[in-house]
Design a protein around this ligand. Structure first.
Ligand SMILES: [Zn+2]
Length: 278
Protein backbone atom coordinates (compact mmCIF):
# COMPACT_ATOMS: atom_id res chain seq x y z
CA UNK A 1 0.00 0.00 0.00
CA UNK A 2 2.79 2.37 1.05
CA UNK A 3 4.65 1.52 -2.17
CA UNK A 4 1.59 2.18 -4.35
CA UNK A 5 1.05 5.55 -2.63
CA UNK A 6 4.68 6.43 -3.21
CA UNK A 7 4.44 5.57 -6.92
CA UNK A 8 1.17 7.46 -7.27
CA UNK A 9 2.18 10.54 -5.25
CA UNK A 10 3.93 12.39 -8.09
CA UNK A 11 1.24 11.80 -10.77
CA UNK A 12 -1.45 12.64 -8.17
CA UNK A 13 0.31 15.88 -7.19
CA UNK A 14 0.71 16.86 -10.86
CA UNK A 15 -2.93 16.01 -11.60
CA UNK A 16 -4.03 18.11 -8.59
CA UNK A 17 -1.86 21.02 -9.67
CA UNK A 18 -3.14 20.73 -13.26
CA UNK A 19 -6.76 20.75 -12.07
CA UNK A 20 -6.11 23.82 -9.89
CA UNK A 21 -4.43 25.76 -12.72
CA UNK A 22 -7.30 24.83 -15.08
CA UNK A 23 -9.88 25.94 -12.50
CA UNK A 24 -8.19 29.26 -11.68
CA UNK A 25 -8.10 30.06 -15.41
CA UNK A 26 -11.80 29.28 -15.72
CA UNK A 27 -12.87 31.13 -12.56
CA UNK A 28 -10.28 33.84 -11.79
CA UNK A 29 -10.62 35.78 -8.52
CA UNK A 30 -8.41 38.80 -9.34
CA UNK A 31 -7.44 40.45 -12.64
CA UNK A 32 -3.90 39.65 -13.80
CA UNK A 33 -1.33 42.48 -13.97
CA UNK A 34 1.50 40.67 -15.76
CA UNK A 35 1.49 38.22 -18.68
CA UNK A 36 0.71 34.77 -17.29
CA UNK A 37 3.29 32.77 -19.30
CA UNK A 38 6.09 35.24 -18.41
CA UNK A 39 5.20 35.22 -14.72
CA UNK A 40 4.68 31.48 -14.52
CA UNK A 41 8.05 30.87 -16.21
CA UNK A 42 9.77 33.22 -13.75
CA UNK A 43 8.05 31.70 -10.71
CA UNK A 44 8.87 28.17 -11.82
CA UNK A 45 12.53 29.14 -12.32
CA UNK A 46 12.68 30.53 -8.75
CA UNK A 47 10.88 27.36 -7.59
CA UNK A 48 13.37 25.08 -9.36
CA UNK A 49 16.30 26.64 -7.46
CA UNK A 50 14.23 26.46 -4.26
CA UNK A 51 13.43 22.78 -4.84
CA UNK A 52 17.13 22.07 -5.27
CA UNK A 53 17.88 23.88 -1.99
CA UNK A 54 15.20 21.80 -0.22
CA UNK A 55 16.67 18.57 -1.58
CA UNK A 56 20.21 19.49 -0.56
CA UNK A 57 19.51 21.09 2.83
CA UNK A 58 16.08 20.44 4.33
CA UNK A 59 15.45 16.86 3.21
CA UNK A 60 18.57 15.20 4.69
CA UNK A 61 18.42 17.27 7.90
CA UNK A 62 14.72 16.51 8.46
CA UNK A 63 15.21 12.82 7.66
CA UNK A 64 18.10 12.59 10.14
CA UNK A 65 16.40 14.51 12.95
CA UNK A 66 13.02 12.77 12.69
CA UNK A 67 14.84 9.42 12.95
CA UNK A 68 16.67 10.64 16.07
CA UNK A 69 13.30 11.72 17.57
CA UNK A 70 11.89 8.26 16.90
CA UNK A 71 14.91 6.42 18.24
CA UNK A 72 15.47 8.50 21.38
CA UNK A 73 11.86 9.54 22.19
CA UNK A 74 12.73 13.23 22.04
CA UNK A 75 10.29 16.12 22.19
CA UNK A 76 6.91 17.07 23.68
CA UNK A 77 4.87 14.39 21.94
CA UNK A 78 7.14 11.64 23.21
CA UNK A 79 6.71 12.50 26.91
CA UNK A 80 3.61 10.31 27.12
CA UNK A 81 2.96 7.33 24.88
CA UNK A 82 0.07 8.33 22.63
CA UNK A 83 -1.78 6.23 20.06
CA UNK A 84 0.08 6.65 16.74
CA UNK A 85 -2.87 8.26 14.91
CA UNK A 86 -3.36 10.81 17.71
CA UNK A 87 0.34 11.63 17.89
CA UNK A 88 0.34 12.22 14.10
CA UNK A 89 -2.63 14.62 14.28
CA UNK A 90 -1.05 16.55 17.17
CA UNK A 91 2.26 16.74 15.31
CA UNK A 92 0.58 18.16 12.19
CA UNK A 93 -1.34 20.73 14.28
CA UNK A 94 1.76 21.83 16.23
CA UNK A 95 3.88 22.02 13.05
CA UNK A 96 1.14 24.19 11.54
CA UNK A 97 1.13 26.51 14.58
CA UNK A 98 4.90 26.87 14.68
CA UNK A 99 4.90 27.57 10.93
CA UNK A 100 2.48 30.43 11.69
CA UNK A 101 5.08 31.80 14.17
CA UNK A 102 7.87 31.42 11.60
CA UNK A 103 5.80 33.27 9.00
CA UNK A 104 5.36 36.20 11.42
CA UNK A 105 9.13 36.23 12.02
CA UNK A 106 9.87 36.28 8.27
CA UNK A 107 7.91 39.54 8.11
CA UNK A 108 9.09 41.15 11.34
CA UNK A 109 12.82 40.31 11.45
CA UNK A 110 14.49 42.53 8.80
CA UNK A 111 17.10 39.93 7.85
CA UNK A 112 14.40 37.30 7.22
CA UNK A 113 12.12 39.78 5.45
CA UNK A 114 14.85 40.41 2.83
CA UNK A 115 14.29 36.84 1.66
CA UNK A 116 10.53 36.48 2.23
CA UNK A 117 10.05 39.76 0.33
CA UNK A 118 10.93 37.90 -2.90
CA UNK A 119 7.76 35.85 -2.42
CA UNK A 120 5.69 39.00 -1.81
CA UNK A 121 6.86 41.18 -4.70
CA UNK A 122 5.00 38.98 -7.19
CA UNK A 123 2.53 41.36 -8.86
CA UNK A 124 -0.13 38.67 -9.15
CA UNK A 125 -1.08 35.82 -6.90
CA UNK A 126 -1.82 32.32 -8.19
CA UNK A 127 -0.70 28.70 -7.76
CA UNK A 128 2.74 29.52 -9.21
CA UNK A 129 3.35 32.04 -6.37
CA UNK A 130 2.92 29.15 -3.93
CA UNK A 131 6.23 27.63 -5.03
CA UNK A 132 8.08 30.91 -5.60
CA UNK A 133 10.32 31.22 -2.54
CA UNK A 134 13.88 32.50 -2.60
CA UNK A 135 16.30 29.63 -2.04
CA UNK A 136 17.90 31.64 0.79
CA UNK A 137 14.64 31.66 2.75
CA UNK A 138 14.38 27.89 2.45
CA UNK A 139 17.99 27.32 3.51
CA UNK A 140 17.60 29.58 6.57
CA UNK A 141 14.29 27.96 7.49
CA UNK A 142 16.09 24.62 7.98
CA UNK A 143 17.16 25.94 11.40
CA UNK A 144 13.55 26.62 12.38
CA UNK A 145 12.42 23.28 10.91
CA UNK A 146 15.07 21.46 12.96
CA UNK A 147 13.87 23.16 16.16
CA UNK A 148 10.24 22.31 15.29
CA UNK A 149 11.10 18.62 14.83
CA UNK A 150 13.17 18.35 18.00
CA UNK A 151 10.95 20.39 20.34
CA UNK A 152 7.61 18.97 19.18
CA UNK A 153 9.00 15.45 18.74
CA UNK A 154 8.08 14.83 15.11
CA UNK A 155 8.61 11.28 13.87
CA UNK A 156 9.34 10.49 10.17
CA UNK A 157 5.72 9.45 9.50
CA UNK A 158 4.30 12.58 11.22
CA UNK A 159 6.66 14.78 9.21
CA UNK A 160 5.48 13.12 5.99
CA UNK A 161 1.84 13.61 7.11
CA UNK A 162 2.48 17.34 7.74
CA UNK A 163 4.03 17.80 4.31
CA UNK A 164 1.10 15.89 2.76
CA UNK A 165 -1.26 18.42 4.42
CA UNK A 166 0.84 21.55 3.84
CA UNK A 167 1.66 21.33 0.13
CA UNK A 168 -1.93 21.16 -1.24
CA UNK A 169 -2.96 23.78 1.33
CA UNK A 170 -0.28 26.24 0.14
CA UNK A 171 -1.15 25.67 -3.53
CA UNK A 172 -4.86 26.16 -2.78
CA UNK A 173 -4.68 29.39 -0.77
CA UNK A 174 -2.23 31.06 -3.16
CA UNK A 175 -4.43 30.18 -6.12
CA UNK A 176 -6.49 32.72 -8.04
CA UNK A 177 -9.56 30.53 -7.80
CA UNK A 178 -12.94 32.24 -7.34
CA UNK A 179 -14.92 29.93 -5.09
CA UNK A 180 -18.62 30.52 -4.41
CA UNK A 181 -18.75 33.00 -1.50
CA UNK A 182 -20.79 30.78 0.80
CA UNK A 183 -18.47 27.81 0.27
CA UNK A 184 -15.40 29.97 0.91
CA UNK A 185 -16.96 31.45 4.05
CA UNK A 186 -17.63 27.98 5.40
CA UNK A 187 -14.05 26.84 4.58
CA UNK A 188 -12.61 29.93 6.33
CA UNK A 189 -13.83 28.50 9.63
CA UNK A 190 -11.16 25.83 9.26
CA UNK A 191 -8.57 26.46 6.56
CA UNK A 192 -6.87 29.35 4.75
CA UNK A 193 -8.66 30.18 1.49
CA UNK A 194 -7.65 32.17 -1.64
CA UNK A 195 -9.55 35.31 -0.55
CA UNK A 196 -7.92 35.26 2.92
CA UNK A 197 -4.40 34.82 1.60
CA UNK A 198 -5.01 37.50 -1.04
CA UNK A 199 -5.37 39.97 1.86
CA UNK A 200 -1.96 38.87 3.18
CA UNK A 201 -0.44 39.70 -0.23
CA UNK A 202 -1.98 43.20 -0.36
CA UNK A 203 0.26 46.27 -0.84
CA UNK A 204 -1.36 47.82 2.23
CA UNK A 205 0.89 46.95 5.14
CA UNK A 206 -1.83 46.57 7.74
CA UNK A 207 -3.55 44.04 5.45
CA UNK A 208 -0.28 42.18 4.86
CA UNK A 209 0.13 42.03 8.64
CA UNK A 210 -2.80 39.61 8.87
CA UNK A 211 -3.70 36.05 7.85
CA UNK A 212 -0.28 34.54 8.55
CA UNK A 213 -1.60 30.97 8.86
CA UNK A 214 -0.50 28.40 6.27
CA UNK A 215 -3.04 25.71 7.05
CA UNK A 216 -5.59 26.15 9.84
CA UNK A 217 -7.16 29.59 10.39
CA UNK A 218 -7.43 29.01 14.15
CA UNK A 219 -3.96 30.53 14.76
CA UNK A 220 -4.94 33.86 13.21
CA UNK A 221 -8.15 33.84 15.21
CA UNK A 222 -6.33 33.16 18.50
CA UNK A 223 -3.79 35.93 17.85
CA UNK A 224 -6.37 38.43 16.52
CA UNK A 225 -4.72 38.57 13.09
CA UNK A 226 -7.62 37.05 11.14
CA UNK A 227 -9.09 39.38 8.43
CA UNK A 228 -11.73 38.64 5.86
CA UNK A 229 -13.07 42.15 5.33
CA UNK A 230 -11.03 43.38 2.32
CA UNK A 231 -12.76 43.44 -1.09
CA UNK A 232 -10.80 41.30 -3.54
CA UNK A 233 -11.61 43.67 -6.43
CA UNK A 234 -9.76 46.51 -4.67
CA UNK A 235 -6.74 44.53 -3.49
CA UNK A 236 -3.50 45.41 -5.26
CA UNK A 237 -1.08 42.49 -4.94
CA UNK A 238 2.58 43.06 -4.13
CA UNK A 239 4.76 45.46 -2.16
CA UNK A 240 4.51 49.25 -2.80
CA UNK A 241 8.20 49.83 -3.63
CA UNK A 242 8.12 47.05 -6.23
CA UNK A 243 5.08 47.89 -8.35
CA UNK A 244 7.12 48.35 -11.54
CA UNK A 245 7.33 45.03 -13.47
CA UNK A 246 10.94 45.93 -14.42
CA UNK A 247 11.83 45.67 -10.72
CA UNK A 248 10.64 42.08 -10.36
CA UNK A 249 12.35 40.32 -13.28
CA UNK A 250 14.10 37.03 -12.51
CA UNK A 251 17.68 38.30 -12.34
CA UNK A 252 16.69 41.12 -9.97
CA UNK A 253 14.61 39.08 -7.54
CA UNK A 254 17.30 36.41 -7.13
CA UNK A 255 19.82 39.14 -6.16
CA UNK A 256 17.32 41.18 -4.15
CA UNK A 257 18.05 39.87 -0.61
CA UNK A 258 21.74 40.64 -0.99
CA UNK A 259 21.30 44.24 -2.16
CA UNK A 260 20.53 47.51 -0.41
CA UNK A 261 16.89 47.37 0.70
CA UNK A 262 14.28 49.96 -0.24
CA UNK A 263 11.67 51.45 2.00
CA UNK A 264 9.28 48.68 1.00
CA UNK A 265 6.00 50.18 2.14
CA UNK A 266 6.39 53.47 0.25
CA UNK A 267 5.28 53.86 -3.32
CA UNK A 268 8.21 54.98 -5.54
CA UNK A 269 8.69 58.78 -5.70
CA UNK A 270 6.02 59.22 -3.05
CA UNK A 271 6.19 61.95 -0.45
CA UNK A 272 7.11 59.88 2.62
CA UNK A 273 5.03 62.09 4.92
CA UNK A 274 1.85 61.63 2.94
CA UNK A 275 1.86 58.49 0.94
CA UNK A 276 2.65 55.70 3.32
CA UNK A 277 0.09 52.94 2.82
CA UNK A 278 -1.17 52.21 6.27
ZN1 LIG B 1 4.13 36.38 3.97
Amino acid sequence: MKKILKILSVPLALAGLGALVWLENRRPLRRAVESKPVRSGRNLAVAAVAALALQIFEKPVAAHLTKIVERSDLGLLKIVRLPKWFETILAVVLMDYTLYLWHVLTHKVPFLWRFHLVHHVDLDLDASTAVRFHFGELVISVLWRSAQILVIGVSPSSFAAWQFFLFPSILFHHSNLRLPRELEKMLQNFIVTPRLHGIHHSIIQKETDSNWSSGLTVWDRIHGTFRNDAGQEEIVIGVPAYQNPQEVVLTKILRQPFEKQKNDWLLPEADPSQNQLK
